[in-house]
Design a protein around this ligand. Structure first.
Ligand code: ADP
Length: 706
């Protein structure tokens, strides 16, 4: 069983430039902390097969008692197989013993029993130039060692040798460590907790140590680096020192003078003398730092741009929402990009939209798409205006809309979007409909107004004719009454004259019966004359034939005259009748005859309708209104409120029965009212039935000619 190839020492591959430094350090730490060869071998076997657990691996060493080579640790080999691996160092024919003698790795395509029949490489372990202290067996496809196997062979072999009873075990652990860590491309240091280096590999020394012949600049740079490094580690010591810590430390490249950024990973270790130390591995992350910084910068810029875009978007949202009509912003393909809230109600679906609402929304969106197509299909058209029948998704009410879509062009004239504004035409259409109805109504109304105007004109004409007829009739009536009164008065005066002469005995003495009858003739004749006179007065007033005769006169004299004329009746009445004058009653300018006629009438009524008590005539001057009042107050029968208006009308009497108790024509008060009106005044009445009445004439101190 010959080996397929002896791997020449020069063929040993050098470790790759990017080895798994931390894993190697971890193994190195384990080995350093380990004094027992079997344990050490177990670590190595486990470490070498960590990535390919199905590989066969074994570590052999000389048993110090039997001198046999025995298996210290193995993977994927049974106990029996492990035992079967043992051999005597003197067995020159044993392939593994041979490998030891040659002191170089060997590849077996068909390995010696009891190893499985797969490719295997045997690697002697030990200090260079010294007999091997151990032997490593590893599954292999060819004669090339893996970088990790080569690393173990170069650096772990001496450590193993140091623990085993072979020559050269005095090799110092520090030297071994130095050798190991010098191969690491990154700076590695073992420091105390204050950051003072105990061991530093070559890369770390470049950064932190300046040789005696180094330039001044380099010395300063390494000094600065040491300070920065120490203070970074010191901050580690002030925290929790039981865990691995990472931090970034800015240093200077002492050779190039450029800024470097290292990520320092520090792991606390306990040294054999109980002191706490730190193992720090430094990774140059300068480029990473720069890249991170550049990335941060880009990210910041992106954030700024994003923020600006967001605020622009908010601004746009606010602008959109301030538009009361629905408004939609579409992309060049017609897809909706933004819309304001009124537009959302018509086009956007909501989670709580029901089936009917969704159907209406779909119909609105379809309508809008086909509307936009009109604009998008037309090349040179910048704007499109059209009618669009939408539906209110909430109520289903139809919404007649007018929409105007406008193209938004970019700097180079390319289409960047479309803005569409909707205007609800419901109101306008309703107004137009109402206007139409108003127009129809107004035509109709005009026709009716014309008809009514014609009818009115006809009625006016009729009224005018009737008025003329009435006027003529009234004039004829007045004329007739005036004539008749005159015709009545002349013979009546003759009758009264002759009756008077007969009563005075001009035609001889009369017997009592003749005298009584003649007296009755006289009384009735006088009543008739009174009626005729009153009718004549009314007729004259109405015909405007009773002119005002204005003059200055005094009220006291007028009252004296009235009292004197009424004296015979007063004397017969047994009533207390008196006349009073208020303070400062001035002379008046009015129609004396008409004032006197009114007062006489009121006084004669008072005497007629009062059976006992008193009658008072009172004249006052109301300076505030420059008005005179002459009132006649009696304690007579009074007038029922229901009749107080009526008695001022022509021929109206409270007691109009044929058997009435009081004489009279019912014309007196209506004449008084007419005369008072001619004077610019009026007659008022206050009366309580059964208690008495007060009739008052009010007239201005100075009358005006009508
Ligand atoms: P007549 O000639 O009947 O007195 P008037 O026009 O003077 O006509 O009066 C109308 C009616 O008013 C009288 O018939 C009477 O009923 C009522 N009347 C007038 N004055 C008085 C009065 N002082 N007291 C009660 N009733 C009166």
């Amino acid at each position: 069983m010959e080996p397929d190839a002896v791997v020449p020492p020069t063929a040993l591959p050098t470790p790759t430039p990017e080895p798994d430094v931390e894993a190697r350090l971890a193994l190195a730490e384990h080995l350093l902390a380990c004094d027992e060869p079997r344990l050490c071998a177990q670590h190595v076997v486990a470490w070498l097969t960590r990535e390919r657990p199905s590989d066969v691996a074994a570590c052999l060493a000389r048993d110090s008692g039997t001198e046999r080579w025995v298996c210290l640790a193995a993977r994927n080999l049974s106990e029996a197989q492990r035992d079967a691996l043992a051999f005597q160092p003197g067995e020159t024919s044993h392939p593994l013993a041979e490998t030891l003698t040659q002191g170089a790795p060997r590849f077996f395509s068909a390995p010696p029993a009891p190893l499985p029949a797969v490719g295997c490489i045997a690697v002697p372990l030990g200090r260079p130039g010294a007999p091997a202290a151990g032997l490593l067996l590893l599954s292999a496809d060819g004669p090339t060692l893996t970088p990790d196997a080569a690393w173990v062979s170069a650096h772990v072999g001496p450590r193993l040798a140091a623990m085993l009873p072979t020559e050269g075990r005095e090799v110092a652990g520090g030297e071994l460590l130095r050798r190991i860590i010098d191969t690491v491309a990154d700076p590695v240091l073992l420091t105390d907790l204050e950051g003072r280096p105990h061991i530093a590999n070559a890369r770390a020394e470049v950064l932190l140590v300046a040789g005696p012949d180094a330039s001044e600049g380099r010395r300063r740079a390494t000094e600065l680096n040491r300070q920065v490094f120490s203070s970074a580690l010191a901050s580690f010591a002030s925290g929790d020192t039981s865990t691995v810590r990472r931090r970034e430390v800015p240093l200077v490249d002492p050779v190039e003078g450029i800024d470097l950024l290292f990520e320092v990973v520090s792991t606390p270790v306990l040294e054999p003398d109980g002191r706490e130390s730190l193992v720090s591995v430094m990774r140059n992350v300068t480029d990473l730092g720069r890249a991170t910084q550049a990335l941060g910068e880009s990210y910041r810029r992106l954030r700024d741009t994003e923020r600006e875009a967001r605020s622009e978007r908010h601004r746009l949202d606010r602008v959109l929402d301030s538009v009361p009509d629905p408004l939609i912003l579409s992309d060049p393909a017609g897809g909706m990009v933004m819309m304001n809230s009124p537009a959302e109600k018509l086009f956007a679906t909501h989670p709580d939209s029901g089936e009917a609402a969704l159907r209406r929304l779909r119909s609105n969106n379809a309508g809008f798409s086909s509307f936009l197509a009109n604009l998008l299909d037309a090349e040179g058209r910048p704007r499109w205006r059209g009618q669009l029948g939408l539906v209110d998704p909430a109520t289903g009410a139809t919404l007649p809309m007018e929409a105007v879509a406008n193209k938004v062009l970019g700097d180079s004239g390319e289409l960047t979007g479309i803005v569409t504004l909707f205007h609800d035409r419901s109101e306008a259409l309703e107004k137009a409909r109402l206007l139409e109805r108003v127009k129809e109504g107004s035509v109709h109304l005009e026709a009716r107004v014309q008809a009514a105007t014609a009818e009115l004109a006809e009625q006016n004409e009729m009224l005018r004719r009737q008025a003329i007829q009435v006027e003529q009739a009234s004039a004829a009536k007045s004329q007739f009454l005036a004539n008749m009164s005159h015709e009545f008065r002349t013979p009546l005066n003759a009758i009264l004259g002759y009756t008077n002469m007969l009563l005075q005995g001009v035609s001889g003495e009369l017997n009592p019966a003749q005298k009584r009858n003649l007296t009755r003739i006289d009384s009735n004749g006088r009543h008739l004359l009174e009626v005729i006179n009153e009718i004549l007065d009314i007729t004259r007033i109405e015909a405007g034939r009773m002119p005002l005769n204005l003059s200055d006169f005094g009220i006291p004299e007028l009252l004296q005259e009235v009292m004197a004329e009424m004296d015979p009746i007063i004397a017969r009445s047994k009533l207390t009748v008196s006349a009073h004058l208020g303070p400062r009653v001035p002379a008046v300018y009015s129609d004396r005859q008409k004032v006197k006629q009114i007062v006489l009438n009121l006084l004669s009524n008072a005497l007629k309708f009062t059976h006992e008590g008193s009658v008072q005539v009172q004249a006052e001057y109301v300076a505030a209104t420059s008005t005179l009042t002459i009132s006649v107050t009696d304690t007579g029968i009074g007038i029922d409120p229901a009749n107080q208006e009526k008695i001022f009308e022509d021929f109206q009497q409270v007691d109009s029965s044929p058997t009435r108790a009081y004489g009279g024509t019912g014309l007196g008060l209506s004449i008084c009212r007419r005369l008072a009106t001619m004077l610019g005044g009026r007659v008022t009445l206050q009366s309580t039935q059964g208690e008495g009445s007060t009739f008052t004439l009010h007239f201005p101190r100075r009358a005006r000619r009508a």
